[in-house]
Design a protein around this ligand. Structure first.
Ligand SMILES: Nc1ncnc2c1ncn2[C@@H]1O[C@H](COP(=O)(O)OP(=O)(O)OP(=O)(O)O)[C@@H](O)[C@H]1O
Length: 579
């Protein structure tokens, strides 16, 4: 496939404000891709050059992009900088500034090869090498291609298509309808690699996709928890006669892959964080009695002298330090394992939670640094409440209740009623904060001139793969947070309402943003609203809104699709009413 075909599809994707049209455009594009290209096309659409978990970084910053554009255009840096002031985007600068006619016709594979060479360049002289590879690509390209080459290289693709939109498009192209997306989702959930799913589908059809299996060092998308409004609802919601109540740790979710002595650790966003936790990798080598295994658990900072857990912030301090081995000694992390997904070549996803837990206990030799999550088994609410209070006393964040039924499988990537969390109350009305996605902002006035006065926040509708607004938020920010807002949001600026953002005209902000930044928000209650589109009822012309939202913190470890869902907001609203 010619890269020009891709670039012209990208132009159309950017111009559309309809998700259905976006899916149709992508389906047509994917339908025309050859087996060895289709995976690359998927990565490019997502603004990447490989599966997200591989952490392939091109490391082309604004300065390097400017230098490459100058080289390809035969001008100096000051001309590029002037054009950046005029157009505001390096892709547009490359489009306008480089005048040479396209030297050759680039294929998708050519572009991927060159970008991979840029990613692979390291050591002294690599900055020069990256610049000249990019300049050569730009010189060979047409103006529209240049726009997207620069956006790919600088990590600013901003097409607004997410992985679920791509799965819909693949289903439409190869299985006849978007309704078939579910058939592809499982393969994606256990491989976290949309390129692989696309390639397999293109080559071998649905049976081949269904044969995709768990592979070590390739992350599985994590199973997630639901929430309820009252502790007394937990048993009824889970629906199994006995449940397990586990301690809830306030640390970082870590999926550990052990392959002999080779250990890989993945974060909640499925990036490789092995370098961040050399201590945990060591404990896993020592304490896991299996040749191969995939564990799910939480890394928590633990004070071995006092035997108490330390807060999430302590763990995050490790991240900022360069010399991780030194900080690891100062702030040791322990690994509390709550699930087993795979052992000695066998998937455990379709085993019940009690079976998985029994095997987990069999293969773990527990010590201070690594142990299965502490828990009780109970059939009554008093038992749950007692354990919860004891957890809070020990400085934990709360509990996670889990079904023990025969069908309590590990549902990769799903948020269902098999796992329910209960945390200490943050606010009188809500039992939890929401994680929302910033999709817009209003200009600041007075004291806030130069930054934003408020941001427009949205929840994720996972059924439709769109973002629906829930509130405008202007309070809770510290002065430094406020001052930093424009920088934080700069990369996501969009010149019109993005296709996957649903907002009513009354809520239209001064500036739009593509869904990228996730923020934790505290609020008083959920109410009906004629303005916000969360769970929009077209007949009553009402959605749901969060009242009195306050900024709590940034959730950089979450992707927009991992934000609070509109279904969760609806569940909170209905339960609030019952109370
Ligand atoms: N015993 C446990 N079982 C499952 N998850 C646990 C447990 N202890 C701690 N956790 C953590 O709790 C998280 C879910 O609760 P929480 O609301 O704190 O996190 P979140 O990031 O806001 O939500 P989510 O991960 O569900 O999107 C899990 O992702 C996991 O990292």
């Amino acid at each position: 496939m010619k890269f020009a075909t891709l670039a012209s599809c990208f132009e159309r994707l950017q111009a559309t404000t309809s998700r259905i049209e976006m899916t149709a455009l992508l389906a047509r594009l994917l339908g025309g891709a050859a087996p060895d290209e289709i995976g690359l096309v998927c990565y490019f659409v997502l603004g990447e050059i490989g599966p997200g978990y591989k952490r392939v970084s091109l490391n082309i910053g604004d300065r390097a992009a400017a230098a490459a554009i100058a080289l390809a255009a035969g001008t100096d840096l000051s001309a590029v900088e002037a054009a950046v002031r005029e157009f505001g985007d390096y892709g547009d600068v490359a489009y306008h500034l480089i005048e040479a006619p396209a030297a050759e016709s680039l294929s998708v594979t050519d572009v991927h090869r060159s970008l991979s060479a840029i990613a692979g360049a390291s050591g002294p002289g690599s900055a020069e090498e990256k610049k000249s590879i990019l300049a050569r690509l730009l010189a060979a390209a047409t103006p529209v291609e240049r726009r997207y080459l620069v956006r790919l290289a600088t990590g600013n693709m901003r097409l607004g298509a997410g992985d679920m939109t791509l799965l819909d498009a693949l289903a439409e192209a190869f299985l006849g309808s978007r309704a078939e997306r579910r058939a592809l989702e499982h393969a994606y959930n256990i491989s976290s690699d949309i390129g692989l799913v696309a390639r397999t589908l293109r080559e071998g059809g649905l049976p081949a996709v269904q044969a995709i299996t768990i592979t070590l060092h390739r992350p599985i998308r994590p199973m997630l928890t639901q929430r309820v409004a009252r502790i007394s609802e937990i048993l009824e919601r889970i629906g199994s006669p006995v449940i397990a109540v586990e301690e809830k740790y306030d640390g970082e979710r870590i999926q550990a892959h052990k392959d002999g002595n080779d250990v890989t650790l993945f974060s909640r966003r499925l990036t490789d964080v092995t370098d961040q936790y050399p201590d945990i990798a060591r404990h896993i080598r020592r304490c896991v009695a299996a040749d191969t295994a995939i564990l799910d658990g939480e890394a928590v900072a633990f004070d071995h002298e006092t035997g108490t857990y330390r807060p999430f912030q302590a763990l995050m301090r490790r991240r900022r330090k360069y010399q991780i081995s030194e900080v690891a000694a100062e702030i040791p992390a322990t690994y509390r394992v709550f699930d087993l997904l795979y052992v000695n070549g066998e998937s455990y996803l379709h085993r019940s939670y009690p079976d998985r837990r029994a095997k987990l206990e069999e293969i773990l030799s527990r010590d201070d640094h690594l142990s299965p999550a502490d828990r009780i088994i109970t059939d009554n609410t008093d038992g749950i409440t007692e354990f919860y209070l004891a957890c809070i006393e020990r400085g934990l964040e709360g509990i996670v209740c889990k079904s023990c039924a025969d069908d309590s499988f590990y549902r990769a990537g799903a948020r269902e009623w098999q796992w329910i969390k209960w945390k200490s109350d943050y606010a009188p009305g809500l039992s939890d904060t929401l994680d929302l996605v910033i999709v817009g902002a209003n200009a600041g006035r007075g004291k806030r001139a130069g930054t934003y006065g408020s941001v427009l926040c949205a929840a994720y509708n996972s059924e439709k793969d769109v973002f629906q607004t829930v509130c405008g938020m202007g309070t809770g920010f510290s002065d430094p947070d406020l001052a930093d807002l424009p920088r934080r949001l700069a990369g996501a600026r969009a010149d019109r309402q993005p296709a996957r953002v649903m907002a009513n005209p009354q809520a239209a902000p001064d500036f739009w943003f593509l869904p990228a930044q996730v923020v934790e928000v505290l609020g008083l209650e959920i109410t009906e609203s004629p303005i916000h589109t969360c769970n929009w009822d077209p007949v009553r012309r009402r959605g749901l809104a969060l009242r009195f939202p306050r900024f709590v913190r940034w959730r950089d470890e979450k992707s927009p699709e991992q934000a609070t869902t509109t279904a969760e907001v609806a569940a909170i609203f209905h339960r609030q009413r019952e109370v």
